[in-house]
Ligand binder design. Structure first.
Ligand SMILES: [Zn+2]
Length: 360
């Protein structure tokens, strides 16, 4: 693998994503945003914005027509607000992006020793996936941690988002400990990633915790991971987590953890909004206790959903169980229990355990 300059990195990005957002983060979040379709123009803008703050880009393929529509809409709503790329304009995951971040005091840059820990984990992950036939990824020192980027071309559908969720959660439970965190949150379609070659400025720039210029290394033959390999890894983690579940149910005296995976939740205490949010399927409140969601079976629908997703709704519980309903004919008869069976993790979003003897 060869160290690549920012121009080379951006050329790969534009080749796969076609359109990418360049985002400058100031002290209070994103303050300058531009979309680019040309690597040289993007590089020139990045150099122009690089004197302060931090630079990021999106990673995945954007539908230019959907983006145009969104940017116009967002500016009409609030012209002072910088519209960042929304998830729904991303049509395809061009990268599997893995981020290993060393534990350290909040809002600081990492020490050399902390950075080294993340490097060891990142290289271990690369070797492990190489061992099951995956191609080499881009590797990067992001300033404070280490990244892997696998080239992919996966449609941004509900089904693929579920597959990615399974992989990220599996890798998280395998790799995260007190020293390094495998970040599960970097998998949403419009996710930003550090622009390699730019300086990462986090907290004060000290001798122990310096601001560093990020570096990336790109394989000379940067191949895509086949969708079947991605699915196979997700299946591995799905099986593993169902084994963990059945083991857990045999040991009732398990120490209490924030997320319980055994089937003991009292479904009357299900936080249905948080549950749908965790599955990237929440859209927004409609009225009262009713919320618009993306139907978990939307890939089976024969017609598209309206923007506010009022065709599929959830109801917060009002004395009983939460509800789910979808108007599409393929979903006739499906209710909240079908969603529970499909996702299999509703227990983790119940605030209380189920006690069979309690009066109903
Ligand atoms: Zn449906």
């Amino acid at each position: 693998m060869k160290q690549a300059d920012t121009r080379t990195y951006l050329a790969w990005l534009i080749r796969d994503a076609a359109t990418a957002e360049l985002c400058h983060m100031g002290d209070h979040g994103p303050d300058r945003i531009a979309w680019h379709t040309d690597a040289d123009a993007m590089l020139a803008q990045a150099q122009d914005w690089s004197k302060t703050g931090n630079l990021f880009t999106t990673l995945h393929r954007i539908d230019p027509a959907a983006l145009d529509e969104y940017v116009t809409d967002a500016r009409q709503v609030d012209p002072r607000k910088q519209p960042r790329t929304p998830d729904h304009v991303v049509t395809r995951f061009s990268r599997l992006f893995f981020d290993l971040d060393p534990e350290r005091p909040k809002g600081t840059s990492s020490t050399a020793a902390e950075l080294r820990e993340a490097e060891v984990r990142a290289k271990g992950l690369k070797d492990r996936l190489l061992g099951i036939g995956w191609p080499l990824p881009l590797m990067a020192m992001s300033g404070n941690g280490w990244h892997l980027q696998y080239r992919t071309a996966l449609p941004s559908t509900q089904e693929w988002r579920e597959i990615l969720r399974t992989i990220y959660q599996g890798l998280n439970s395998e790799l995260t400990d007190d020293v390094v965190t495998f970040d599960v949150t970097v998998r949403n379609p419009a996710r930003l990633c550090a622009l390699y070659g730019s300086r990462k400025r986090k907290g004060p720039n000290t001798q122990d915790r310096p601001h560093r210029q990020s570096i990336c290394w790109i394989p000379s033959d940067w191949k895509q991971v086949h969708p079947r390999q991605v699915e196979a890894l997700a299946n591995y983690y799905a099986r593993q987590s169902s084994q963990t579940r059945s083991n857990a149910s045999q040991t009732p005296q398990e120490p209490h953890t924030a997320v319980r995976v055994s089937g003991k939740g009292d479904y009357a205490s299900l936080d249905v909004v948080r549950w749908f949010q965790a599955h990237d399927a929440y859209v927004g409140r409609l009225a009262g206790n009713k919320h618009g969601v993306r139907c978990p079976w939307s890939h089976e629908h024969t017609s598209d959903s309206p923007r506010n997703a009022s065709d599929a709704v959830i109801f917060e519980p009002d004395g009983g169980w939460a509800g789910f309903a979808c108007k599409h004919s393929h979903c006739a008869g499906r209710d909240i229990r079908d969603v529970m069976r499909l996702w299999g993790d509703a227990d983790a979003y119940c605030s209380e355990q189920f006690h069979p003897k309690r009066a109903a």
